[in-house]
Write a protein that binds this ligand. Structure first.
Ligand SMILES: Cc1cc2nc3c(=O)[nH]c(=O)nc-3n(C[C@H](O)[C@H](O)[C@H](O)COP(=O)(O)O)c2cc1C
Length: 388
């Protein structure tokens, strides 16, 4: 499918002639400011914050400045094709919505997971639906209306519960299982610690657990009668430390393609390939987990080189369409939009997320147009150069 996403800028300029301003700012910095005004201080702190002094979080975004795309002329990129293939489906755009555990709280109605799913359905951009949601995955899936989307699993300590989540995700129609490896324990997050703020401990974003027959079996009383005990049980079972043996078990537990999210070392990627895994998501959780310093982008090429036959998805630090184009040029199969879509949701609801995705895709598309790369394959074969 060919679609010139860049036409969105004409729409914005033309609307301006009749005094209509864009729903949201099209750049990350102004959007972030607007979201801060729209969010409660506790949700803002949770979404905007990261681990330690947040160096990794900043470095993720700054790393994009170290790479550039070389323009080519006489290439006639009047029409661009930004489509990619993933898990047997053709996607018209090379981006996806990252799982954001508290996105449910980022919309004014506290059903942000549903609102993001609506935006995914309207744009065709896949959603990775988080385990930590305000609404059960089945409700989220209904709003997706057939848009290819993926369920992100935080593997619980109780295998029956893990199996239940996996089969619920399969039955709900999710098309891949994204297993997050870097979050069996929460990283040290000063912003949240300074305000003793952790939404799940207040019973928020636990709908997948509180709607699960296996989880409910573990409780002595219904959640409504003793919510504190239910939350306590969630704390007990939340984070299983995954080993390679678990991966063998998980491979057998699902017919869905498995994506491993959080792999940044090429040796881990190789071993995952040997274990029959379908895709890697090179990511450091946006610097929220380990403040290790290395930008996820700095590891992307090494991971891709290690597993040339496997799709390598990327997220962490993507703030613009230019960033998307650079990650694609470096070989990413698709690029994850993280915090910024939660900001767009807070500032503008479903329409805000749609506007944000259209802005990112317009920028990606126009960059490809001006630089003379009509397809993602052209962009990839050109690659990137160091800017410094
Ligand atoms: C508030 C917040 C909650 C998140 N929750 C999850 C989650 O539930 N599951 C997961 O795999 N990743 C989660 N992530 C990580 C994102 O999926 C993604 O890796 C990260 O946002 C990318 O970094 P960036 O937002 O700086 O681009 C979360 C990130 C944020 C900001």
């Amino acid at each position: 499918m060919s679609q010139n996403f860049g036409d969105f800028q004409n729409e914005i300029y033309l609307a301006g002639l009749s005094g209509k301003m864009p729903l949201l700012p099209v750049d990350f910095a102004t959007l972030e400011e607007q979201a801060k005004q729209a969010m409660s201080p506790s949700v803002w702190s949770y979404v905007a914050g990261g681990c330690g002094d947040e160096f990794t979080q900043r470095n993720n975004a700054e790393a994009f400045n170290r790479y550039g795309i070389v323009p080519r002329m006489f290439n006639g990129a009047a029409k661009r094709d930004l489509s990619v293939s993933l898990f047997g489906r053709t996607l018209s755009a090379p981006v996806f919505l990252c799982p954001i555990g508290v996105v449910g709280l980022c919309s004014s109605d506290n059903h942000g997971d549903l609102r993001v799913a609506e935006a995914a359905a309207k744009t065709g951009v896949p959603m990775m639906a988080s385990t930590l949601s305000q609404d059960p995955m089945e409700e989220v899936a209904k709003k997706l209306d057939g848009t290819p989307s993926y369920f992100q699993l935080y593997t619980p300590k109780d295998r029956d519960l893990a199996l239940s989540f996996i089969s619920r995700a399969e039955n709900a129609g999710f098309e891949a299982l994204v297993v997050t490896l870097d979050t069996w324990v929460t990283g040290w997050r000063p912003r949240d610690l300074n305000s003793a703020n952790f939404p799940q401990l207040r019973g928020l974003c636990l709908a997948n657990y509180f709607s699960d027959p296996h989880f409910l079996k573990r409780l002595k009383k219904p959640v409504a009668e003793d919510p504190a005990a239910a939350i306590h049980e969630w704390v007990n079972i939340f984070g299983h430390i995954m080993t390679w043996d678990d991966l063998k078990w998980m491979r057998e537990a699902t017919r869905l393609p498995i994506v491993l999210k959080g792999i940044c070392h090429p040796d881990d990627a190789r071993r995952a390939a040997d274990a029959g895994i379908d895709a890697i998501q090179c990511s450091n959780h946006g610097g929220r987990q380990a403040n290790g310093g290395i930008a996820a982008l700095s590891m992307l090429k090494d991971v891709i080189f290690a597993v040339p036959d496997m799709p390598v998805l990327f997220d962490s630090g993507v703030r613009s369409g230019t960033d998307v184009a650079k990650a694609l040029a470096m070989g990413a199969a698709a690029v994850g939009i993280g915090r910024s879509h939660a900001y767009a949701l807070a500032a503008g609801g479903t329409e805000g997320v749609i506007h944000h995705l259209r802005s990112i895709l317009a920028e990606t598309d126009l960059l490809m147009a001006v630089n003379g790369y009509p397809t993602i394959a052209d962009l990839r074969s050109a690659g990137v150069r160091q800017t410094r």
